[in-house]
Design a protein around this ligand. Sequence first.
Ligand code: GUN
Length: 287
Amino acid sequence: MIILDGKKTSGEIKDEIAFSVKEIVSNGLRPPHLAAVIVGEDGASLTYVGSKVRACKRVGFDSTLIKLSEKISESELLLKVKELNENDNIDGYIVQLPLPSHIDTQKILMAVDPDKDVDGFHPTNFGKMALNLPTFISATPYGIIELLDRYNVETSGKHTVVIGRSDIVGRPISILMSRKSKVGNSTVTLAHSRTKNIKELTLQADIIISALGVPNFVTEDMVKDGVVIVDVGITRVKNDSKKGYEIVGDVDYVNVSKKASFITPVPGGVGPMTIAMLLKNTLQAKL
Ligand code: GUN
C-alpha cells in the first residue's frame, strides 16, 4: 500500500511555484497577488482562508484578505466583486463558500471575471474544463488529478466511482476522470444520495473518490483488493484535544488501507493539495 502523501507533494509544488515567483521578481515584475473574500465568521471557513493566505506568504505571493460582515447585502458584495475585477494589482481572487443564505451564490460567482476566477467556479471556466480546454480547474479536483499524476497511478481503462455530486468536487472530478488525458480515460460512475446499492458499485471500482462529508462512510466490505482510494471528506468531529475537534475523512482508513494499493490520508492528503493548486492557478493568472 502506498500513501498518496498530499502534504509532501503539495510542498514540492509550492517549492516549484516559489522558484517561478523568484524568476518573475528578478525580471522586475511584481509577484502574483491573490485576494480572498470571506463573508461572516464561520470557523472552518476562517481556518481555510487563513491557510490560503499563509501559503501565499510561503511562495512569495502578495495576498489580501477581505473580511466582510455576515450582514452585507448581495448588492454590496457584487460591488466588492466588481472592484476586484477592476483592480489591476490583483491577479486572481476567491470568494470563500459557503455564503450566507440571503446571498445568491451563483449570482456572485457569475460576477467574477473568468480571467481572475482562480477557483474555476465561473460557468465559462467550468465549461472549458469539461471541454478539455486550457482554463482554471477548481483546486480540489485539480489537486486530486495532480496527486494521481505525480504518483503515476494508472487511470486509463479503470472504473472510477465518485461518491458525491457537489459543484466543486464530485461533478468536476467525474468529468476530469473521463477526459481523454494522462490522468483520465477512466469509466466513471457518479454516485450520490439517491444512488441505490452503492456497495454493488464500489465493489466494482478500481478507483474510489469520496467527497461526501460523512465519516467512515466507505468501509472495508465495500472495496475490492488493490483499490485506489481518494478521500476528500473533511468533517470536524468533536474530541477532547486542545482544538476541541479532529478532522475526519469519509473512509475508514485503518481497515480500508489494508486492501488499498494507494490511499490518501486525512488530514495530509487532498486538503494540502487544494491549497497548492489554488496557488498554481494564481501563478497562471499572472502569466
Ligand atoms: N469552500 C470549500 N471549498 C472551497 C473552495 O475550494 N473555494 C472556495 N472559494 N470556497 C470553498
